[in-house]
Design a protein around this ligand. Structure first.
Ligand SMILES: [Zn+2]
Length: 211
């Protein structure tokens, strides 16, 4: 069993490049702990790395990634809830000032919901997870209303970002801080092919490209 060579090579490039310029900052962060002001909820998709897109330095972004950048609604129970735990830590312990839900084009998770195939496993973890998209799909309306399946998916990807923000607001710790003006929720959308970033106007529900 060998450790993947691209990771060995990548680390060598990091160690001789970026680490040199960031060494002081890493040492400081190790001693003082992290205090990021921004949490990003992104997709696992290998093309949509928040740290790359936002050119983030170490310690700047608190990132949670899952299939299709979703947040299940607040459910106080004993189940292991990874997103809820990360959210609680970000909001209560780190006291982040912003949460950004970052959706993206050609999201495989969104497509898995819209075009369901055979489950990959008896547990159908993807199917169960993607059921969280249902409220966004209801809001997006029928696929037939759109000129093409691609257009429908692009719309559903954006509506899902809005629904994820709605779900964030079901967490009492989030809602209270938002109402007090100490936490702001944002939506964004990354167009993979052109690398274009759009930001959600929460008043109109429209996404506008960042210039
Ligand atoms: Zn995705």
């Amino acid at each position: 069993m060998t450790f993947p060579q691209p990771l060995i090579d990548g680390y060598a490039a990091f160690a001789s490049g970026r680490l040199q310029t960031e060494q002081h900052r890493y040492r400081e962060l190790a001693e003082q702990g992290q205090s990021p002001e921004i949490m990003v909820i992104g997709c696992c998709d290998s093309r949509v790395s928040p740290e790359v897109i936002f050119d983030a330095r170490p310690g700047e972004l608190f990132v949670v990634r899952n299939v299709a950048n979703l947040v299940p609604p607040y459910t106080p129970d004993d189940a292991q809830r990874a997103v809820s735990a990360a959210l609680e830590f970000a909001v209560q312990a780190l006291k982040v000032k912003h949460i950004v839900v970052l959706g993206h084009a050609q999201c495989g998770g969104i497509r898995a919901y819209a075009e369901p195939g055979k489950p990959l496993s008896p547990g159908d973890f993807i199917g169960n997870w993607m059921a969280l998209i249902a409220p966004a799909a209801d809001a997006a309306g029928p696929a037939a209303r759109f000129a093409s399946p691609g257009e429908y998916l692009a719309h559903l990807e954006r509506v899902s970002v809005i629904k994820t923000i709605d779900n964030l607001m079901t967490f009492p710790c989030v809602r209270i801080l938002v109402e007090r003006g100490r936490l702001t929720l944002h939506g964004a959308y990354f167009g993979v092919a052109l690398g274009e970033l759009s930001v959600l106007d929460r008043q109109t529900g429209e996404f506008h490209p960042v210039k």
